[in-house]
Design a protein around this ligand. Structure first.
Ligand code: HEM
Length: 532
């Protein structure tokens, strides 16, 4: 026995030695070729995986930025993540070099298995993603605002009515508003009360996807080597395939219902009616068509809800700006005379500044969203990034940096109106209406912050998101006062606005006067029970 194994031993040892040397040599070559910004030291195999908190990573990433400067690198398993910590570098890389910085990292479970590679948010940069984005953009752009405005008008009327009826349940009202607006925008169908049947399923699938995106939820999305094991050993496969089938069924049911309502002339114009009418849509294929609609639902609901929650927290914790907002609203709409309308927007610059500040103040995509580099790149002669590098903008850190914004922690709408505060415009003290730079910065929802992302990957629905938040905030502030609850101060640096099953914080909401109450009851009465 022994004699037969002995001759093999040197051969095996030699083979192992060759493998080790080859690996060391290729590592050496790789490290000579590429150079990343500095970052915290990690551990073998896992890298810095256990240093980054699984949730609320903003404060951690801000600390890292304070230590390492405009960029830092961490390693998560085999992937290098480069964090961009200033607007300057975000502009240089994600914006100006968008053609190569706009893919997404592979996600064998969340994107491939569970979403059939059809979920736009996690789709790689390529012809399929480009074709889809093009159609989405053609429908969601500002020219179609009049298609979506009636939905936002109606739902925000119901929002103020529900807040009046049950102020403690403001967070539920907020959630219904956001879900119903996006359901109407995408499928031309309201959610007048709570979600039921297929609509409930539809929102459940979004939650399932959000869970699948959480760090470590599916090991194969972090440790790609697992994707190479034989199919029968992939313990997550069945679960992913079932999820995919379930999604197709839920989306198909909704599209069948849509088609029925369209044929009966009962469906108002919306994203889906325009999408299905577009000859380009058919070329996308059936699954992609279904997922396009589903992806918009999941990208567009929680985002509006969370921004509104943050504006409510800001109102309760700082009455200075609320007073200014209410003064402007009363001047334009009269005292409890009528609700603010979209047509008032040019006369309500302070309210536009409130919405913009709501996006900047505490960005909920705290460490941005991963963009993946598709070609080797050199930055400022100092750094050489290989294809596959994951690059993200450090959203929380940039928004709360004193190098970027004056008094960054403060919810201060004035920063968007006074060119002296944020440093845009002509630098002469002029009224907002007279200062071209300040006016343009105010009107462009993307200007001044990175909360909608960057480059070609920027949020497709930012006009809808901006108008959702604007109309809801304008109407809430016109009708109500907001205060912290005694003994329960709101910690605005640690609000869990992602929480949808309970109030993320306690707040006291009081109608401003008897006349406001009467107004809200009247408009509420007009919309409760409206169905389409
Ligand atoms: C209300 C506030 C909203 C915020 C703050 C927000 C924020 C974001 C962010 C940060 C991204 C990632 C961008 C990047 O990777 O660079 C994104 C992507 C996206 N958003 Fe929004 N969003 C909002 C509303 C909406 C709405 C209302 C819709 C749909 C009508 C929408 C549809 C999308 C889609 C489809 C993507 C994926 C884009 C891609 O990967 O190509 N979003 N959003």
């Amino acid at each position: 026995m022994a004699s037969s194994t002995v001759p093999f031993l040197p051969t095996i040892l030699l083979a192992v030695a060759i493998l080790v040397v080859t690996k060391l040599w290729s590592n050496y070559q790789w490290h000579r070729k590429y150079k990343f910004p500095p970052g915290p030291k990690g551990v073998p195999f896992f890298g810095n995986m256990f240093q980054m908190p699984p949730y609320h990573q903003g404060p951690w990433a801000k600390k890292m930025a304070e230590k390492y400067g405009e960029m830092f690198t961490i390693k998560v398993a085999d992937n290098n993540w480069v964090f961009l910590n200033s607007s300057r570098v975000v502009n240089d890389l994600l914006e100006k070099r968008s053609a190569i910085y706009s893919s997404r990292p592979p996600m064998p479970y969340a994107s491939s298995l569970m979403s059939g590679n059809c979920r736009v948010v996690v789709q790689p940069y390529g012809p399929q993603w480009r074709a889809l984005r093009k159609i989405m953009h053609s429908i969601l752009n500002i020219k179609n605002a009049p298609t979506f405005a009636p939905f936002q008008d109606l739902e925000s009327k119901q929002l103020v009515y529900e807040v009046l009826q049950k102020p403690d349940m403001w967070w539920k009202a907020n959630q219904r508003f956001a879900n119903s607006v996006i359901m109407s925008v995408v499928f031309g169908k309201r959610i007048p009360d709570k979600e039921e049947g297929n609509i409930r399923e539809l929102f459940n699938t979004s939650q399932e996807f959000i869970m699948a995106l959480q760090p470590g939820a599916n090991l194969v999305d972090t440790f790609y080597v697992l994707d190479k094991i034989p199919k029968p050993l992939k313990w997550w496969r069945g679960r992913g395939e079932r999820a995919f089938k379930r999604l197709l069924k839920v989306y198909s049911t909704e599209v069948e219902d849509l088609k029925r309502r369209m044929s009966e002339g009962k469906c108002p114009p919306c994203f889906a009616t325009k999408f299905l009418d577009n000859p380009e849509t058919e070329k996308l294929g059936h699954a992609q068509m279904l997922f396009a609609l589903g992806s918009l639902m999941e990208a567009g609901s929680d985002t509006s809800r969370m921004t509104l929650s943050q504006i409510i927290a800001a109102a309760a914790t700082d009455s200075r700006w609320v007073k200014n907002a209410q003064e402007e609203l009363d001047r334009v709409c009269g005292y409890a005379a009528r609700l603010p309308e979209f047509t008032d927007r040019p006369k309500l610059p302070y309210l536009s500044a409130v919405a913009k500040e709501g996006f900047r103040w505490r960005p909920f995509a705290e460490i941005g969203m991963p963009h993946m580099l598709i070609k080797d790149d050199v930055y400022e002669g100092r750094y050489r990034f290989p294809v596959g590098t994951i690059v993200t903008w450090n959203s929380w850190s940039i928004a709360l940096s004193e190098d970027e914004h004056q008094d960054p922690l403060r919810f201060w709408p004035e920063r968007w109106l006074d060119p002296f505060i944020e440093g845009f415009g002509t630098k002469e003290r002029k009224e907002i209406g007279e200062d071209e730079g300040a006016r343009k910065a105010l009107e462009d929802p993307l200007n001044g912050h990175w909360s909608f992302g960057a480059g070609r990957r920027v949020c497709t629905g930012y006009h809808v998101g901006d108008t959702n938040v604007w109309i809801a905030a304008a109407r809430l502030l016109y009708c109500f006062d907001f205060q912290e609850v005694k003994g329960k101060p709101i910690d605005t640096m640690n609000m869990n606005v992602a929480e949808h099953r309970a109030a993320p914080f306690e707040v006291r909401i009081k109608v401003r006067s008897k006349q406001h109450r009467a107004l809200v009851e009247r408009v509420g009465g007009e919309v409760i029970g409206v169905r389409y």
